[in-house]
Design a protein around this ligand. Structure first.
Ligand code: ADP
Length: 649
């Protein structure tokens, strides 16, 4: 069915109603007017009839009961008054008629007004004339009320007389229709101006608001009700505009907040589209925020591990057979309950595997929240700790087992009394115990040194050191070892010069960390240099740019201050190139059996050096040629101390 606007339907109905009212009222007025006119005509005729009756009573009775003079009088009166006057004889014959020749008229005793007159009543009525064939008003009376069969006077107005004065029906109808059309047009205009136009404008404004344009306002016009409604609508729009602005601000705050989180965060709407993504997540998943927002997660994220997690939370959310699948999670902690799934996911990035602890949670609106915590470093640290404990236990077990065996042998040697003991055997046992106790001591000392330099909160206590004092310290602590191994120890003198570089008299450094570096490097060189060889210690000032270029560099030095370059060089066994990258790892030894007469090392020396140099903000380089020797160079920036580390004293 075709839809017609309410306005048109209203106007059509209104027009119909007006037409009906006009028709009914017009018809009623017209008919009652007609009735009143007829009644008036009957009354007029009723006054004329007695006059004619009198003329007849006073006149000479002719052959028809009416003499010629009376007949003429009646005829004149009829013409003058525009009235039909008839005289009907007792037998019904019409003896006088002012309008129709009497001879042509039939018997009139059957006419209702004549019948009534002969009953001594005043016969009157409105009926069609059988002779004239038109509507006529009649009044009839007996001329002599004592003779019902005598003459009857009948006066009448035929339609032709009154139609000249009456108002035509079409005029009444025309006036009615015209009034109705005017009323409908006035209503149309009023409605258009006060309701339809303003309502359409309101609807247009509401449509813009529904489309999200809360800045749109309805122009308050039209009827009072519509103006009030426009005002209310504008208030609602202003309120919504404020709320939308608040929401946008909150969303921006939320985005800024989640961007500051170090963990990647991803929020999906109930349909699985990305609703929020923070910067770390965009970086991790290799997405741009603009490209990801509003798109389904499966179409923007390429990592199966992440998509499986989303699938899992969807499946766990009561889908048929969607039970928790925590046991499927490799290394994961499993579902934590309350719509939360926790699992470990591994993502390959730049050729490396990163480990994330992922928590996926169902949100109140049926979406999902994913938070990924990078536990790669933690996992590596845990692994390192496990390896460290295994290595340390292994390294400690060997000397303890040797001490135990030597001790038991010693006990057996002295079992039969001191006087019968094999002293040579006892002496050997004591030497074994002594050697391994020393090794244990070295190991514990190195472990302690390592834990100290590894401490991330370690702050170097930098102060001005004299080169001569540093070298003297090396000589006093390591000179005996070198002499014992018949290795020459060559130490730098302040002011010594190699090309443009010169050995400074003083420099800034942490004495204790520098001591650890020198002790471990010189000890290694002496240890791996055969008798007759030489170990040299050089201290030079280098350009600051040289810092950080080394194998284990961390940072540069203060601008302008040249860095200190410390080189420990030997003419020893050297290190095969395939081991050079690993010698700084803890417990790493190229060949544990080849430590020479200075005794087996702990495998921690170079690890301590690496961490100590890193704590000083420096870098290490190692060069080695098998059979020719090794040179380890530490470039350490001279940094003015900011805060004194009082704890380290
Ligand atoms: P260790 O206590 O065994 O010396 P380090 O960590 O100090 O442990 O050194 C690791 C390994 O690197 C040593 O076992 C050794 O094989 C090799 N190395 C270190 N310094 C030298 C050197 N100057 N000459 C030859 N090899 C060396």
């Amino acid at each position: 069915m075709r839809h017609r606007p309410f306005f048109v339907r209203l106007i059509v109905v209104f027009a119909g109603l007006v037409a009906a009212i006009v028709a009914v009222c017009g018809g009623t007025i017209y008919l009652s007017g007609q009735r009143a006119v007829r009644a008036q005509q009957i009354a007029d005729l009723g006054r004329l009839a007695p006059l004619v009756r009198q003329w007849l009573a006073e006149g000479q009775a002719g052959p028809d009961g009416v003499d010629a003079a009376t007949r003429a009088k009646i005829t004149d009166a009829g013409r003058l008054l525009d009235t039909r006057i008839s005289v009907i004889a007792g037998d019904g014959r019409v003896v006088v008629d002012t309008l129709v020749p009497a001879a042509t008229l039939d018997n009139h005793n059957d006419r209702p007004e004549v019948v009534a007159a002969r009953r001594r009543e005043v016969g009157s009525g409105v009926r069609p004339s059988l002779s004239l064939h038109e509507e006529a008003v009649y009044v009839a009376e007996l001329v002599d009320p004592g003779r019902p069969d005598g003459l009857v006077v009948r006066v009448s107005y035929p339609q032709r007389s009154w139609s000249r004065y009456g108002v035509p029906v079409w005029q009444v109808l025309g006036a009615g229709v015209g009034a109705a059309v005017l009323a409908v047009a006035a209503l149309w205009l009023a409605l258009q101006r006060w309701w339809v136009g303003p309502t359409n404008a309101l609807a247009a404004a509401a449509g813009r608001m529904a489309g999200g344009d809360w800045a749109a306002r309805a122009d308050p016009r039209g009827a009072d009700e519509l103006r009030a409604f426009s005002g209310r609508l504008n208030e609602v729009a202003a309120h919504a505009q404020r709320q939308v602005a608040d929401l946008r601000r909150q969303q921006a705050d939320l985005q800024a907040l989640v961007d500051t989180l170090p963990d990647p965060v991803l929020r999906l709407d109930p349909g699985g589209a990305v609703a929020l993504i923070n910067r770390p997540a965009a970086r991790l998943l290799n997405l741009s925020r603009g490209r990801a927002l509003g798109r389904h997660v499966a179409s923007v994220v390429n990592d199966d591990a992440v998509l499986r997690l989303v699938d899992q939370i969807n499946a766990d959310d009561g889908g048929p057979g969607g039970g928790r699948r925590g046991d499927e999670q490799p290394g994961g902690a499993g579902p934590a309950g309350g719509g939360t799934v926790t699992r470990e996911v591994r993502l390959a990035r730049d050729g490396q595997w990163l480990t994330y602890q992922a928590v996926a949670q169902r949100t109140a609106d049926g979406g999902a929240l994913l938070v990924l915590r990078d536990v790669t470093a933690l996992t590596a640290a845990v692994q390192m700790k496990t390896d460290f404990v295994a290595n340390a236990s292994h390294e400690l077990r060997t000397p303890i087992a040797a001490i135990k065996i030597a001790f038991e042998t010693l006990r057996d040697v002295y079992a039969d009394g001191a006087e019968r003991a094999d002293l040579a055997q006892a002496d050997k046992c004591v030497q074994i115990i002594d050697g391994h106790l020393r090794r244990l001591e070295d190991m514990l000392r190195d472990l302690l040194d390592l834990s100290r330099v590894e401490n991330p909160h370690l702050k170097p206590t930098v102060r001005r050191l004299r080169t001569a004092d540093v070298m003297a310290g090396v000589r006093s602590s390591l000179g005996p070892l070198a002499r014992q191994k018949l290795v020459e120890l060559v130490l730098d003198e302040p002011g010594a010069r190699t090309s443009a570089e010169v050995t400074p008299h003083e420099f800034l450094c942490d004495e204790r960390l520098l001591g650890l570096v020198l002790k471990n490097l010189v000890e290694n060189s002496v240890k791996f240099t055969p008798p007759g060889g030489a170990v040299s210690v050089e201290l030079r000032l280098a350009e600051p740019t040289a810092v950080g270029a080394g194998l284990c560099g961390t940072s540069g030095g203060a601008a302008g201050e040249p860095a200190v370059r410390l080189t420990v060089r030997d003419t020893g066994a050297g290190i095969p190139p395939e081991h050079l990258d690993r010698v700084f790892e803890r417990f790493y030894q190229v060949d544990p059996a080849r430590s020479g007469s200075a005794g087996r090392g702990t495998g921690l020396g170079l690890a301590i050096v690496k961490h100590a140099v890193a704590a000083l903000g420096g870098a290490i380089e190692i060069e080695s040629t098998v059979g020719q020797g090794t040179a380890v160079t530490c470039t350490i920036p001279q940094v003015e101390p900011e805060v004194e580390d009082e704890e380290r004293g």
